[in-house]
Ligand binder design. Structure first.
Ligand SMILES: C[S@@+](CC[C@H](N)C(=O)[O-])C[C@H]1O[C@@H](n2cnc3c(N)ncnc32)[C@H](O)[C@@H]1O
Length: 329
């Protein structure tokens, strides 16, 4: 994660930008500072007056404390590492900036909504100002996919998944998008109306149209991969076509907007869902025991629902319903 070159340098820029010209004046809360106290150290070096670096994981908190102690270029006491969940802590003062890299593959899955709502109420001087947050907003993109390995997970293996999604590398080409991605979660950290605990629809139902260009390109990609696996040409053509013209489920991945101008963006996949290197995975929720045939022009209507736990310690739960309208309907 620390070495994710699409993520970490953008955070470093956003933090430096936020403190530029205000050296010695601003305080920061780093929620989930991690073992390296990475962003806390960046903020201190960029001129933060004080950084409260909070970490729930005891081992990570101990390592963060040791790493801060090693940073002899920083005035002692500038960074205070505190072990615990933010929801269980009090700070001696309100802060100017809240940095929180607690973003899951579905942006809200690590409970950032409950965490930030609590931070707004108890920790921020100016909670409804977007400048108070890094990131400013976090998003989840989704698209229907074909998945070349889905047949391997046919029953009885499918039942063993128990409704749990798969997590695949963002570069995994066995997963191919059937449509352009769409935004299904857009969580603005300064929003005074962040949803409370309980059921929440981040978006009205979303419709995806299966793209002929994508199906064609995916078929070629699957065919080339199957030939490399030494499948016979005829069979490779057949399997590639069947796979490309099938719907396995929905894929989700996060995107982070770090600054108010929207110039510092962290993308785990490309803007059109392209495969690329990222420490985040792509979540794939299989929506049928076996792949469902679709063709260019089929419409896949998806209704996602989120159930936010009562507090930040409860897992966030998601349910998904999909309906396919074939081209002729
Ligand atoms: C994704 S890691 C980020 C680590 C580091 N900030 C970085 O970006 O490299 C998230 C960390 O946040 C911690 N965490 C998540 N929610 C938290 C909360 N509400 N209070 C304290 N720590 C939290 C987790 O234990 C985890 O170590």
């Amino acid at each position: 994660m620390r070495d994710d070159t699409r993520r970490t340098p953008q955070f470093v820029k956003a933090i430096r930008q936020r403190f530029a010209g205000k050296e010695g004046k601003l305080t920061m809360l780093d929620i989930g500072t991690g073992p390296f106290a990475l962003f806390a150290l960046v903020a201190a070096r960029a001129g933060a007056k004080k950084v409260y670096a909070i970490e729930a994981n005891p081992d990570a908190a101990a390592r963060a404390r040791a790493n801060v102690a090693k940073a002899t270029d920083i005035e002692p006491g500038t960074i205070e590492v505190i072990e615990g969940f933010t929801s269980a802590l009090k700070l001696p003062e309100k802060v100017d900036v809240c940095c929180a890299e607690i973003i899951g593959v579905i942006a809200s899955e690590e409970n950032c909504i409950n965490t930030i709502r609590d931070a707004q109420q108890r920790f921020l001087k100016d909670p409804s100002n977007p400048e108070s947050y890094i990131p400013v907003s976090v998003q989840t993109y989704a698209a229907p996919v074909s998945y070349a390995l889905h047949p391997v997970l046919a029953p009885p293996r499918f039942e063993r998944l128990g409704g749990q999604p798969l997590r695949v590398n963002c570069r995994d080409r066995t997963v191919q998008l059937l449509s352009d991605p769409q935004l299904v979660e857009d969580i603005k950290f300064s929003d005074p109306k962040l949803p409370a605990a309980g059921r929440w629809s981040a978006t009205p139902p979303v419709e995806f149209v299966v793209s002929s260009d994508r199906v064609y390109a995916n078929e070629k990609a699957y065919y080339t991969a199957l030939l490399k696996e030494e499948m016979k040409d005829d069979e490779a053509r057949k399997v590639a076509r069947e796979t490309a013209e099938s719907f396995s489920g929905m894929a989700f991945w996060p995107r982070l907007v770090l600054d108010t101008k929207g110039e510092l963006i962290v993308e785990s996949r490309g803007p059109l869902g392209e495969h690329q290197k990222s420490h985040w995975q792509t979540l794939v929720s299989l929506m049928n025991p076996t792949p469902v045939p679709v063709s260019a022009g089929s419409v896949i209507k998806v209704e996602p629902q989120t159930d936010l736990g009562q507090d930040i310690l409860q897992p966030v739960k998601y349910t998904l319903q999909a309906e396919i309208r074939p081209v002729s309907a």
